[in-house]
Design a protein around this ligand. Structure first.
Ligand SMILES: [Zn+2]
Length: 496
């Protein structure tokens, strides 16, 4: 048996480099043994998982060997760092021995047989802390704008900005999770505390002092002048819009961008598109089907990030013990309070044709089913209905079309930079126009720039297109936009 003599092994970086060389020779692996410097680099990139200040152990021998093998297969360090933690020691041993026997050990199958690592622990607390800080910053700005005219005072009641209220709930949870009393229940205390840096004793939250927490040294309110700091407004505006859903969507989006970034230049755009397509088409998905999709699309290094986009289907969504899937968009139908009119529930996606009609559905066994988080459904799955319809029409026509090209430069591009199309489903044409007057975004990189408006919105408001066109600036980038309904865009594509 391999590895029997090193299960109790311990040593320094020098020792580990020496041991890895010995193991690579013994196992006959055709990889370069790492130098001490490389071992230190791997440690700094957290590929070697021993806690800071402790000696390396047996696990790090396995991690070192796996890293050397995967690097040879063209994985990036970042991608390796993402998957290594999902392997048990036994899995790693088995894979390394298979490599040494010259078997074609597909690392993906090991990931396949493991269960999905549902988000728990450290990452979860950091996400919670980041959301709490962003909501707190937004709540402070909103509260400040309210009391500024001098007519209102801070009150802990229904008039409190919802961002502030949600921030306090999340802060309360952080205190409880750190084993402390919930000292976030009073709005006055929280505002008082905001005059101190988040990492300070006054806050007394360990998670705020971690190096991974991005707002650690930040003070949200000027200590003496008692106005929101400029840091506060930067953090508040980071997600582009206020409110809890926007904050969470922004975080998930940044996590996806960071994770794909780590795959390296060659793979990142493809991976980004594949993930967006996944949540667009398969927002309700079985665990196994999700793993297969990740493997087929070369996304296993992103497994953790992607799994975080989903929750288990909770019992409250079941209708007579079954999960109902919308036949139109494929998502989970929710039970409707009016059981006579909607006995099968209704589709929660606003852009879906079945949204108001409680249409046909498919009944599934709930075991192992996952549903995309509400923010993903709102910001990605819903808009994807139109985006995918346009993209698929272009594909059927045999055009050179790309979905979310270059990590989201636009929704659909045709013939590289010739045509860029963005599908939009803002309920108000005026809000959309004002947004576009500020920035038309990645569309600026395309020669022909098309805004496609959801047909459902035009059904509801027949003046939608004319209001949008008349509110768009008559000069500059906004004047170059063509505004069409999704159906017209599809007709245009068919006539190309
Ligand atoms: Zn639907």
């Amino acid at each position: 048996m391999h590895f029997e003599d090193v299960r109790q092994w311990q040593g320094t970086a020098d020792d580990l480099a020496r041991e890895l060389k010995r193991q690579i020779e013994q196992l006959g692996l055709s990889v370069e043994p790492p130098s001490v410097r490389t071992v230190r680099l791997w440690r700094s990139k957290q590929l070697l998982s021993q806690p800071k200040g402790q000696e390396f152990k047996f696990r790090q021998i396995l991690e070192g060997l796996a890293t050397a093998v995967l690097l040879k297969r063209g994985w990036t360090l970042a991608a390796i760092g993402q998957v290594l933690p999902s392997f048990s020691d036994t899995d790693l041993e088995r894979q390394i021995i298979a490599e040494s026997d010259g078997q074609d050990s597909t690392w993906a199958t090991v990931i396949q047989t493991n269960s999905l690592p549902l988000p728990v622990g450290h990452r979860h607390a950091l996400d919670l802390a980041e959301d709490a800080a962003m909501l707190l910053a937004q709540g402070i700005i909103r509260q400040y704008n309210r009391v500024l005219p001098g007519q209102e005072i801070v009150r802990q009641d229904d008039s409190m900005p919802p961002e502030l209220y949600r921030a306090m709930c999340k802060l309360g949870r952080l205190y409880i999770e750190e084993g402390l009393a919930d000292s976030a229940a009073c709005v006055h205390t929280i505002l008082e505390r905001s005059r101190y840096p988040l990492s300070s004793e006054e806050w007394n939250l360990k998670i705020f002092r971690q190096t991974e927490f991005p707002f650690s040294g930040v003070t949200l309110i000027e200590p003496d002048l008692r106005v929101p700091t400029s840091d506060c407004s930067v953090i508040a505006n980071k997600s582009g819009a206020f409110g809890e859903d926007n904050v969470i969507e922004h975080r998930l989006y940044s996590q996806l961008r960071e994770a794909t970034e780590r795959l390296g230049a060659r793979r990142k755009h493809k991976a980004y598109t594949a993930v967006r397509k996944l949540v667009g088409k398969y927002s309700l998905i079985g665990e196994r089907q999700l793993l297969d999709y990740l493997i087929e699309n070369d996304l296993t290094p992103l497994q953790r990030t992607v799994v975080d986009f989903f929750d288990r289907v909770s019992d409250t969504w079941l209708i007579e013990g079954f999960v109902h899937r919308c036949t139109h968009c494929g998502t989970l139908m929710r039970p409707h309070p009016n059981k006579n009119r909607f006995p099968d529930g209704c589709c929660p996606i606003r852009q879906c044709y079945s949204h108001n009609s409680g249409q046909l559905c498919e009944k599934l066994n709930p075991d192992g089913l996952l549903i995309a988080k509400p923010q993903i459904l709102t910001f990605w799955t819903g808009p994807a209905i139109d985006e995918l319809a346009i993209f698929e029409a272009a594909q059927q026509k045999g055009l050179n079309a790309e979905l979310y090209p270059e990590s989201d430069l636009c929704d659909i591009s045709i013939n590289n930079r010739a045509i860029g199309i963005d599908a939009k489903s803002y309920t108000s044409p005026v809000t959309l126009a004002l947004r576009l007057n500020r920035r038309i975004g990645g569309l600026a990189h395309y020669r022909r720039r098309i805004i496609a408006i959801s047909d459902r919105l035009i059904e509801e408001n027949p003046n939608y297109l004319s209001s949008l066109r008349s509110t768009l600036d008559k000069k500059g980038d906004p004047a170059t936009l063509e505004v069409l309904s999704v159906t017209s865009v599809i007709e245009l594509i068919k006539s190309m």
